[in-house]
Design a protein around this ligand. Structure first.
Ligand code: PRP
Ligand code: ADE
Length: 181
């Protein structure tokens, strides 16, 4: 019998209750990276999609820190460059920055000013979409430099947190492999 990619990947995501705070069901993707077969099935799903001429980006941007893993794999396979969007204080050259609200407090992310050129078509990658704040901030940074984000991609969507809906309503198409309601 065969199971879908969705079910196969879902079976390899570990849920840790009450981490990092009470009430949070943490969706841990590390088991999916640890198994080489699962890692390949997962990364091939993205590579296959973005190989399509209509969706092939000029650059892949990855979100700190878990978005670096998948983002770098996809960029390498597509033979395009990879640029990191980092938490504040990590990038050495001149940057643009964007501050956004978290559940408690706020966070700031940065991007090197020469990371993308005006008109670049960028694929924005993270591991997971919760409130959507991180991906929205990444999109704004890329747009500040004149680039166009052609799609946002993530392994996991948590639709109940409303982030994916917000991102789509803002005009960003999204591609995700596994939903946890
Ligand atoms: C997690 C996750 C996404 C973000 C999603 O990162 O990897 O980047 O949260 O949440 P949001 O949709 O509500 O913005 P985290 O800030 O935990 O950092 P890490 O990747 O360094 O672990
Ligand atoms: N980032 C934000 N919420 C998360 C969750 N529930 N699991 C994993 N990463 C997250």
């Amino acid at each position: 019998t065969s199971i879908s990619v969705n079910e196969y990947l879902r079976d390899h995501i570990r849920t840790v209750p009450d981490w990092p705070a009470p009430g949070v069901q943490f969706r841990d993707i590390t088991p999916l990276l640890q198994d080489p077969k699962v890692f390949r099935v997962m990364s091939d799903a993205f590579v296959h999609r973005y190989m399509e001429p209509r969706l092939r980006p000029d650059v892949v941007a990855g979100l700190d820190a878990r978005g670096f893993i998948l983002g770098a794999v996809v960029a390498h396979e597509l033979n395009v460059g990879f640029v990191p969007i980092r938490k504040k204080g990590k990038l050495p050259f001149t940057t643009v920055e964007e501050t956004y609200e978290l559940e408690y407090g706020s966070a700031t992310v940065e991007l090197h000013t020469d990371a993308v050129k005006p008109g670049d078509r960028v694929l924005l990658i993270d591991d997971l979409i919760a409130t959507g704040g991180t991906m929205m901030a990444g999109k704004k940074l890329l747009e500040k430099l004149g680039a166009t984000v052609v799609e946002g991609a993530a392994i996991v969507d948590l639709p109940e947190l409303g982030g994916s809906r917000l991102l789509r309503e803002s005009g960003l198409p999204l591609f995700t492999l596994v939903d946890f309601a």
